[in-house]
Design a protein around this ligand. Structure first.
Ligand code: SAM
Length: 286
């Protein structure tokens, strides 16, 4: 498509300084075309990403980009994708997975034992290409084999981006996704061909993936553990608070919540959780 030629403003839009009127238009187009609610995401961060996308498609002003969004059918979905960051790794922050192994999972299994319950539900929200829920599955296979034979452990991975979920299902990764994975785990759970790491199907089948927008859809209840790491950081404070509150509703009594290393409990949600390990951002439903 031939884009309209507009006068270049040079107003700093390339640095993310998008005028409010244009930003409002972009916000409405994205909501209508993709369902993504920009209002809940940190504005400065979103604006910077829009500016990067504008540059990539050769638009010089925000209004030119609004026009592009309206006329290029695939662009709203493409922009939505660029606004959600998918960086992840297996064993991202290994010390967090060590705490899960040594403290959280044993506590969950012993609670199940006391309650005479057989089902345990673990949920990774904003799971990107599956690195996080698969890491949990590997830890369970390697250290909780007996518990796996006694309990029905379900691990869900959900994300707002349907394409990334397809990659999660395929479970094939580049070497950079494994650079925090202990060598023996890498040996045990992956096979490498032509530079790509394929996850062992026995680990793959322990995790189910589904689309879920945690800003719009209720979290299903009776969950024992929620991992929501490096997702809230992109949300505005009010959205963070309401998501944290909804986690308390979704967790069972005594259930655990793990946030990212730079995220924290805030506002009214503080009364709903007690810290278990501040450094690893692990909380337990109060
Ligand atoms: C930076 S990745 C974090 C991946 C993983 N949790 C980790 O810590 O390595 C953030 C993920 O959150 C997802 N995301 C962003 N907004 C979301 C929303 N409203 N609902 C569900 N997932 C969302 C993105 O698509 C992306 O895959």
């Amino acid at each position: 498509m031939q884009r309209p030629t507009l006068i270049t403003s040079g107003r700093g839009e390339d640095r993310g300084d998008i005028p409010e009127r244009s930003y409002e238009k972009i916000r409405r187009i994205l909501k209508a075309m993709t369902g993504l609610r920009l209002a809940d995401y940190k504005r400065s961060c979103v604006k910077r990403r829009i500016a990067v996308r504008m540059r990539a498609v050769g638009c010089e002003t925000a209004e030119e980009y609004v026009e592009f969004l309206l006329t290029e059918r695939a662009e709203p979905a493409m922009l939505a994708k660029k606004l959600t960051i998918h960086v992840s790794k297996f064993f991202r922050n290994p010390s967090t997975f060590a705490k899960l192994k040594d403290v959280v999972l044993p506590a969950l299994f012993s609670r199940c034992r006391l309650e005479g319950r057989r089902n345990i539900s673990l949920w990774s929200m904003g799971c990107a290409a599956g690195e996080e829920p698969y890491t949990l599955a590997m830890v369970l296979r390697d250290f909780f084999a007996q518990e796996l034979s006694l309990y029905n452990v379900s691990i869900h991975g959900t994300d707002i981006d349907r394409d990334i979920l397809q990659l999660a299902d395929a479970a094939v990764y580049g070497a950079e996704s494994l650079d925090e994975t202990p060598p023996e785990m890498r040996e045990r759970h992956f096979f490498c061909t032509e530079g790509k790491y394929h996850l062992d199907p026995r680990v793959r089948e322990m995790v189910s993936f589904a689309h879920h927008d945690l800003l719009r859809l209720p979290c299903k209840d009776a969950t024992d553990l929620i991992l929501c790491r490096n997702v809230l950081i992109y949300f505005e404070r009010t959205a963070q608070e309401s998501v944290l509150t909804s986690f308390a509703g979704a967790l069972r009594e005594g259930g655990f919540l793990v946030l990212g290393k730079t995220e924290t409990m805030m506002g009214g949600a503080r009364a709903l959780f007690r810290p278990v390990c501040q450094i690893e951002r692990i909380y337990r439903k109060a």
